[in-house]
Design a protein. Structure first.
Length: 467
C-alpha cells in the first residue's frame, strides 16, 4: 500500500531501521499507563485547592479536549505510522519547519521532564533511607533506564507493561475503596452524602477564577498519551496496534481521571490542608483510616515517576532519531544499531542528567528558566496535531481513503472545536499570573525553533507539500 504524497524530507527509512519488538499488550498498557503519572497522584492537589469540587468539571472539560486530540493523532498515526508521530504529520501537512518545531520542542520537554522525575524519585528514596545522597539515587535511576532503553525495544515494552499494570491496579483499587466508602459499604466509614460537594463554599467555592486554575492544572496532568503513537511504529502491527490503543485510551481517561477526582472531592473536604500537603490520594486514604496510606501511595508515586522516566527517555530518543532521518538534526543522533538508536538514547539521558545538576547548581535562574520554557509545550504540540489533522484528513480522503482506519468524529467540526479549546487555554494561561511566565517562556522557545526550522527549510529549498 503506497504512502500518501509527502515531501522528500519526510521520514521514510527510519521505521525500517528500528526494531519492531513491541506487542499489542505493550501498546495497550503504554496507552493506559501513559495517562497515569505523578501529575495525577500529586499535582492534582493544587487543582482541587483552587477549584474545589468543581475540579470534576475541570477534568471533564480537559479530558474531552485530550480525547479529541488523541482521536486526531490516532487517525494520522494509523494512516501513516512513524516514530516521529506528530512531528512527521506536521511536516507532511504544513511543512518541514513545522515538523522541526514540534519535534525538537517535544524532545526538549521530555529531556527536562526526565530530570524532574529523577529528582522526585530520588527524594522519595532519601525519605525512606535518610542519609543516602540524593545524587546517588538519581545516578542509579538514570543508569538503569538508560540501560533499559539501550537494549532491545521489547525490554522497554516489558518495563512499561509492568509499571503501567501496577499503576492501573492502584487506581482501580483506590476507585473500588472510594465507591464502597461513598455508598456506606466500607467498614468503619460513614457515607458522606453530598456534604463535601455542597458545603464549605459550595460546588464552585472560588468562582470561575478557581475553575480556570483547576482547568489549567488538569490540562497538563494529561501529558504522556502521545508516547503510544511514537511506540506504535516499533510494534508488530503498527496500524492495528495504534488504532486499538487509541480507542481503548478514550474511556479509560474518563474512568481514571474524572472518576478519581469525583471520589476524592466526595469523600474529603476540598479545603482540607492534607489534600495539598500530602496529595489528594493519600489524604483520602488517611481520611478513610486505611493503614499505612502514605507509604502505599509513595510506592505508587515512585512507580509512576520511574515509569515516566523510562517512557520519556524512549520518546525523546525516537523523536530525535526521526528528526535526523528527515535531515533535521545532527546525523550522529540517528545512528541505529541492533534496531535501537543508541546515540540518541545516550544524548537524551545525558541531557536529563544535566537538568538534575542544574537544579542543584542554579536552582533560582537557569533551572527555573528551563521549567518555564516547557510549561506550555504540550499545548503547542496539540495545536500542531489539530492543524495537521485538519489538512491531512482532506488529503487522505482524496488520495488513499482506505488508510483511514481510525476517523476523527464529526470532521471538521470537532477538530475546529478542539483548536478553539486550545486557543482558550492559551488565553487563560496569559490571564493567570502563575502561568503567564510559562506561556511566554514556551512562546520564546517555539518562535526560536520555528525560525531555525524555517531557515533550514529555506536553505535546503524544501517546498511546502501541495494540498
Amino acid at each position: 500500500m503506497s504512502r500518501t504524497t509527502a515531501p522528500p524530507s519526510v521520514e521514510q527509512p527510519a521505521d525500517t531501521r528500528l526494531a519492531h519488538g513491541l506487542k499489542q499488550r505493550h501498546l495497550s498498557m503504554i496507552a493506559l499507563g501513559g495517562v497515569i503519572g505523578a501529575g495525577l497522584f500529586v499535582g492534582s492537589g493544587a487543582g482541587i485547592a483552587a477549584a474545589g469540587p468543581s475540579i470534576v468539571v475541570a477534568y471533564a472539560l480537559s479530558g474531552l479536549l485530550v480525547m479529541l486530540v488523541m482521536r486526531m493523532l490516532g487517525e494520522m498515526s494509523a494512516a501513516n505510522p512513524a516514530s516521529g508521530s506528530f512531528s512527521v504529520h506536521a511536516e507532511r501537512a504544513i511543512g518541514p519547519w513545522a515538523g522541526f518545531t514540534a519535534g525538537w520542542a517535544f524532545w526538549f520537554l521530555l529531556c527536562v521532564a526526565v530530570g524532574l522525575e529523577a529528582i522526585g524519585a530520588a527524594s522519595i528514596m532519601t525519605g525512606w533511607l535518610p542519609g543516602t545522597p540524593e545524587w546517588a539515587w538519581v545516578a542509579l535511576f538514570m543508569l538503569v533506564f538508560c540501560g533499559t532503553n539501550l537494549a532491545a525495544v521489547k525490554n522497554f515494552g516489558e518495563f512499561e507493561f509492568w509499571f503501567a499494570a501496577l499503576k492501573v491496579g492502584a487506581i482501580v483499587l483506590f476507585l473500588g475503596i472510594g465507591v464502597l466508602a461513598i455508598t456506606g459499604l466500607l467498614p468503619g466509614a460513614e457515607a458522606p452524602g453530598t456534604s463535601n460537594l455542597t458545603g464549605d463554599g459550595g460546588f464552585l467555592p472560588n468562582g470561575s477564577e478557581g475553575l480556570i486554575v483547576g482547568l489549567l492544572a488538569s490540562v497538563f496532568a494529561y501529558g504522556g498519551l502521545e508516547t503510544v503513537t511514537i511506540a506504535a511504529a516499533e510494534s508488530e502491527h503498527p496500524v492495528q496496534g495504534v488504532a486499538k490503543a487509541v480507542r481503548t485510551a478514550m474511556w479509560r481517561i474518563a474512568v481514571f481521571y474524572i472518576g478519581s477526582m469525583a471520589v476524592i472531592v466526595t469523600l474529603v473536604p476540598w479545603n482540607d490542608p492534607a489534600v495539598a500537603e500530602k496529595g489528594p490520594y493519600v489524604a483520602t486514604l488517611d481520611h478513610l483510616g486505611i493503614p499505612a496510606a502514605g507509604e502505599i501511595m509513595n510506592v505508587v508515586v515512585l512507580i509512576a515517576l520511574l515509569s515516566a522516566m523510562n517512557a520519556n527517555i524512549y520518546g525523546a530518543s525516537r523523536m530525535a532519531c526521526s528528526l535526523v532521518a528527515r535531515r533535521q538534526g545532527p546525523a550522529a543522533l540517528g545512528r541505529v544499531t541492533g534496531g535501537v538508536p543508541r546515540t540518541a538514547v545516550l544524548v537524551s539521558s545525558v541531557f536529563g542528567f544535566l537538568c538534575v545538576l542544574l537544579s542543584y547548581w542554579r536552582p533560582d535562574d537557569v533551572f527555573m528558566w528551563l521549567l518555564n520554557t516547557i510549561g506550555a509545550i504540550i499545548l503547542v504540540v496539540w495545536y500542531f496535531i489539530g492543524v495537521s489533522q485538519l489538512i491531512l484528513r482532506r488529503r487522505t480522503e482524496r488520495e488513499a481513503p482506505e488508510r483511514l482506519v481510525v476517523r476523527m468524529w464529526l470532521y471538521p467540526g470537532l477538530t475546529l472545536l478542539a483548536l478553539a479549546g486550545m486557543t482558550a487555554v492559551f488565553w487563560m494561561m496569559l490571564r493567570q499570573p502563575e502561568t503567564r511566565l510559562q506561556l511566554l517562556g514556551t512562546g520564546v522557545l517555539t518562535l526560536a525553533l520555528a525560525a531555525g526550522g524555517y531557515a533550514l527549510q529555506r536553505r535546503r529549498g524544501a517546498a511546502r507539500p501541495a494540498d
